[in-house]
Design a protein around this ligand. Sequence first.
Ligand SMILES: Nc1ncnc2c1ncn2[C@@H]1O[C@H](COP(=O)(O)OP(=O)(O)OP(=O)(O)O)[C@@H](O)[C@H]1O
Length: 254
Amino acid sequence: MKGIGHIEIQQVCLGYKSGLDIRTVIQDLSLTLDAGSFTSLIGASGCGKSTLLNAIGGHYKPLSGSIILDGVEIKTPGADLGIVFQQHTLFPWKTVKENVRFGPMRRGVGRAAADKLADEYIELVGLSGYENYYPKMLSGGMQHRAEIARALANKPAVLLMDEPFGALDAQMRASLQDSLLSIWESTHVTIVFVTHDVNEAIRLSQRVVIISRRSGSISSIIETNKNHDEPVEQYMQSRQTQELKRRCLEMLSA
Ligand SMILES: Nc1ncnc2c1ncn2[C@@H]1O[C@H](COP(=O)(O)OP(=O)(O)OP(=O)(O)O)[C@@H](O)[C@H]1O
């Protein structure tokens, strides 16, 4: 039994129309993401990280190859695949609670159950007390927390995150990273996380997948061997982690 949120990316090519031609961005990429795993995708700007993430989310159809979630090919976006972007996508005219319960209610969950779900996920992301605030009344970090709660309220098997904390200051970013780790540990959702930041990738994920812009495919997969019992700052400062970081940076500049 592989569990829920198992993804098989099989010899996928992705590209965009350019005039009469198609410009290939991702070339023949294969990758298995185990159910409940946390994987970061890093690589030079323009190497195709967001394109790959969006294809996993069902927003782009591969030119060839397939992406399979729990035995079923992903062809369209669905509630199983939650996406959190860097830019805010909360409905500005809805409160935090209305935003979070929107997905469940659209799927036919009754109002009382949707409210309960919303309260649960608002608490999980640390926004209790802000249920009736509108997005513009929240800080950038709080809006990200609300976005994560909104995605999780659909109980997705997979959470796809495209540089979600890229625009935040260092302190806010570290606080959201910590929250994301505890959310991942308590929900067992499979996370695929795109970032430019090697430190962030190593701090959060079990595996760092480096995509080469030159080949449009994976140049390296680095296992972080994180020990969940170890305090994150201790892990980040250890000699082993510094070595992982050095290897990632070396692969990125290769
Ligand atoms: N909608 C689109 N139409 C045409 N080309 C696109 C489209 N979206 C992305 N591209 C091109 O595909 C390539 C990969 O883009 P993508 O955004 O996936 O890269 P990325 O690795 O996420 O980059 P960054 O780190 O800068 O966000 C780039 O050359 C980009 O210009």
